[in-house]
Write a protein that binds this ligand. Sequence first.
Ligand code: LMR
Length: 330
Amino acid sequence: MKRLLACCVATLSLCSASLTSAADAQPITIRFSHVVAPDSPKGQGARLFKQLVEQRLPGKVRVEVYPQAQLFSDSDELQALLDGKVEMLAPSLAKFSDYAPELQVFDLPFLFKDMAAIDRFQHRPQGRQLLLSMTDRNIIGLDYWHNGMKQLLATRPLRLPAEAARLGFRIQNSPVSVAQFAALGATGKPMPFSQMRTALSSGEVQGTENTWSNFASQRLDELQPYVTETNHGVIDYMLVSNARFWYGIPHDIRSELEAIIEEVSAEVNRKAAELNAAARQQMLDSGNVQVISLSDEQLQAWRSAMQPVWQQFEAQIGAKVIRAALRASK
Ligand code: LMR
């Protein structure tokens, strides 16, 4: 009897010790750093992620969002992820070329006909596989988030590719973008997003390529008067985490986080086009900007000038990946 009692006491104290440690467990903190404005598609996605995580995993996971390169700029954020200084990022797909050259497929000019084609590609097996293209570098892709199609903003109206010659354009750190502007006889100057506004206002560059939402949220209408609607490429994101951190999260919590990500991605991707349309309208309403719409012939001239870049990158990206991306446009 005495032995039984001792056994019960020991079991109870073990139980209470584990309950105490569960109650004392610190929440997992996810620091989510990004470089754009809080009201951009990515900024809103990060906020929604925080809100849903804190509703559904209270006391278990805490999310801190750092927008506008407050914590890290896009030149050092991936290293910060690997060093465990942040746990989540959503860099533009153009920023992974040092980690997975095949992701440069998203940078090829005029490869995707529209956002619907990009969405299809991202949901097909080839696109899903690309989320895992950096696991050997300890980076896990969790999902894709949309922003939108790239347009050209410049000091002068650009109707034909030759008019871009000799201009300097701020670009993301993307070898494909460097080659794309070289193909126009222009110069692509890679620099972090946080330096774009200063470079445009100082005259260090005379133009840039980006989405309407990124132009408007940085108030670029105050700096450059012309936007040519080329839709020549895409700015989309990969939501990523440090793979060791991610797989270290207890399974039940990680599953809930994955379910939340699915929900947030659907919402970001549903709203991105709406946000870009509103940003375009905002730029027009400012009265500072003239939008240049291209005729079919003019558009074809831009396509012919930029498309030779595909061949330059085919070996790095892989013909199979390019073909799968092309199929998504059909
Ligand atoms: C850029 O650098 O232009 C973009 O990648 C910024 C962003 O994250 O949308």
